[in-house]
Design a protein around this ligand. Structure first.
Ligand code: MIC
Ligand code: SF4
Length: 662
């Protein structure tokens, strides 16, 4: 039986081939060599602080890039302190540094660094964007990336592979975004842990690398480990245009590769789609929701801000005017894109039409400005519309393609872009990729030589606080249920970004807003209750429903609860990246053996696990007892041998230190 592309790249990167006997199988814990890493500033500061505390010196990867793209507004000194730290620690560690304004990590990495067949680990959940160029790219917490930079390896559970066979051809005004939204409607944001997605079939041939990257980018919303396309003529064309032909190699699955499951999507039958408030899987056709009045349209994010995306927007807008009830903003994904739009006049077309042009960065996607008004409908070309992520409580955010967004910006209501010819006499502007992109890497600082490195002084401003290490786990756990939450709790619920994002480098401060969205006025906050309990020497526990920890890779969703004394999460299911982050910061992830037991538990009850350490060492189960004997139930410990060792070593940092330093 032949190999899928995912298995081909994994097999070529197995860290200890003798341990797996040359063969890998789904469900098996494996270690792989990591060729490239990426970090961004919101997760990177912690990652580099932890990297430093492992005493690592220079990175062990071929290429590590530190991007500044999330926290760039600079209200107060925090952002700039982080930038200076990241710039100097990059210089010290042999890392490329992409400066603020150079663009969103995933867009820039695709343009300048990602290569087919390589492994890429990134401290951002949308790292699989690079799967569009044939890179095996995985998102994870910052500490895992710090470890990969230190030892050049990453550990994961070998995924099952879902083959998505694309047939047919996208019609006019249809976009790659519609493909992934269609899949999200079908597969949803939960239940896909342990899978990777591989796209194949005739339909892939006509999709450009940026289109493929839009699709693999939003694989993060499915919750899968990675998503990937083969490397073919489209890949070569893109790399040639980026003046990186040397990075090209053709790479596909074997003709007789067997997938664990196959689904087929006929591109020719797709319709424009939208993810409605407030989940990326609440998908409807644009035709179904057409006519809803919209007060804001924002184009950008790592999903939809490539040159081709913005050329489509500019061509539609040329000579027209944005509806006067719509606030319209455009954030080009990279400085390369912005430069090229400026050079060819497309930027002027957008500005004349009424666009507010934002810096190349994450911006409104992570609540850095452009929070919609109360009750206002906001259409965005982004990848996430989790509740309140825009910075407005009860927000109504729809996720759509650039085509749908620009059509709606002109009419002031959700509009099917296929109506544009009828409404505005427009001809479909087919956008081709340029033969040559305008390359200008002067905002990327390459690694220094060993000699130059020794002269670098690392700048660590006063707003940067080294995170405290987790304490060891107790033999027996007495804990209080500090919160009982429902299904699909995202890391945006656990650790809000937006106005609080600038606190990322200061855990004690940031921890004050854990579960802020559930705090009620005039009542103690989650953090206050947790700290009170911690002072009494009692641990806290979080109880949750299905798919706990959806969304981002932010390890602060584990690190900050750990700071508040949380020692366990008991949930019906836990998402991959978040579960790893919990283990890394020594919070025990427990899953209900019987999901119905969730109903027995009430907030504020005391739960007891008598033999916690013993169970972590030797068992797949723990018995959890309500302190007054009202009920007891069994919790599953779904842990690899390495996970167990990490928990018993009081977290990944300590575990790695022991391994590295003996
Ligand atoms: C996101 O899109 O939620 C983020 C902000 O990029 C996060 C990373 C972070 O929280 O810093 C992600 O996707 O991992
Ligand atoms: Fe940035 Fe948004 Fe992409 Fe996250 S999803 S990396 S916040 S643009």
């Amino acid at each position: 039986m032949g190999q899928t592309l995912v298995y081909k790249i994994l097999s070529r990167h197995i860290a200890a081939p003798e341990q797996v006997g040359g063969k890998i199988a789904a469900g098996q814990p494996i270690g792989i060599r990591i060729d490239q890493t990426l970090t961004q500033d919101a997760t990177g500061t912690t990652a580099f602080l932890l990297f430093e505390s492992m005493g690592a010196g220079r990175v062990k990867t071929d290429i590590s890039v530190s991007y500044i793209d999330h926290n760039i507004a600079g209200f107060g000194p925090e952002n700039h302190n982080d930038h200076l730290y990241l710039q100097t620690i990059a210089a010290k560690s042999g890392v490329y540094h992409s400066r603020a304004g150079n663009g969103i990590c995933h867009q820039v990495h695709l343009e300048r660094f990602a290569r087919p067949g390589a492994t890429l680990l990134g401290s951002d959940s949308h790292t699989p964007t690079a799967g569009g160029i044939g890179t095996l790219a995985i998102g994870t917490g910052g500490l895992d990336v710090a470890v990969a930079m230190t030892i050049g390896q990453f550990y994961l559970t070998c995924p099952k592979v879902l083959g998505v066979k694309l047939t047919g051809q996208l019609g006019q005004w249809l976009a790659a975004k519609d493909v992934i939204l269609k899949l999200l409607g079908q597969l949803t944001t939960k239940g896909n842990v342990g899978w990777a997605v591989e796209y194949f079939g005739e339909g892939t041939k006509r999709l450009s690398v940026p289109q493929r990257a839009t699709i693999t980018n939003m694989g993060a919303e499915l919750g899968v480990t990675t998503s990937i396309f083969a490397s073919d003529e489209q890949t070569r064309k893109f790399l040639v245009a980026q003046k990186r032909e040397k990075d090209y190699q053709p790479l596909t699955a074997d003709a007789d590769a067997e997938y664990d499951r196959i689904i087929e999507v006929n591109l020719g039958e797709l319709e424009p789609m939208a993810a409605c408030p407030s989940s990326p899987d609440n998908v409807k056709t644009v035709a179904e929701i057409a006519g809803i009045q919209t007060e804001q349209v924002v184009i950008g994010s790592c999903t939809n801000s490539s040159f081709a995306d913005l050329m489509m927007v500019a061509k539609v807008l040329k000579g027209k005017r944005i509806n006067n009830m719509v606030e319209f903003a455009v954030a080009p994904g990279s400085r390369e894109v912005l430069n090229m739009l400026a050079e060819n006049g497309a930027l002027a077309d957008m500005i004349s039409a009424g666009a507010r042009v934002l810096e190349s960065g994450c911006g409104p996607c992570i609540g850095q400005g452009f929070s919609p008004g109360d009750g206002a409908v906001s259409l965005r070309t982004f990848n996430r519309n989790f509740p309140d992520r825009s910075g407005t409580r009860g927000d109504k955010v729809y996720l759509v393609s650039c085509e749908t967004a620009v059509a709606s910006a002109l009419t002031g209501q959700i509009t099917d872009p296929r109506d544009l010819p009828k409404l505005f006499g427009l001809k479909y502007p087919k956008i081709e990729l340029p033969d040559e992109f305008t390359i200008n890497d002067n905002m990327i600082e390459p690694p220094l030589s060993e000699e130059e490195t020794s002269k670098v002084k690392v700048l660590r401003g006063p707003t940067i606080v080294v995170p405290e290490p987790p304490p060891s786990l107790p033999k027996e756990l007495q804990s209080q249920v500090l919160i009982k939450c429902g299904d699909k709790i995202t890391t945006d619920h656990i650790m809000p970004a937006g106005a609080f994002l600038k606190l990322r480098s200061n855990v004690p401060e940031y921890a004050k807003v854990v579960f802020n969205c559930f705090n009620e006025e005039d009542k103690p906050t989650f953090a206050e209750r947790a700290l009170q309990l911690k002072q009494k020497g009692t641990a806290g526990v979080i109880v949750a429903g299905e798919s706990y920890g959806q969304g981002s890779s932010r390890e602060h969703a584990a690190l900050c609860p750990m700071h508040l004394g949380i020692r366990a999460v008991i949930a019906k299911s836990i998402e991959r990246i978040h579960k790893a982050n919990l283990i890394n910061f020594c919070i025990v992830p427990v899953e209900f053996a019987e999901p119905g037991d969730y109903d027995k538990i009430k907030a504020a009850e005391m739960l007891q696990i008598d033999n916690l350490l013993e169970a972590i060492k030797n068992s797949d189960e723990v018995k959890i007892v309500e302190k007054n004997g009202k009920y007891e139930f069994v919790g599953k410990l779904k842990l690899s041998a390495r996970d167990r060792e990490i928990l018993l070593s009081a977290g990944l940092l300590n575990y790695t230190r022991k391994k590295v330093n003996g």
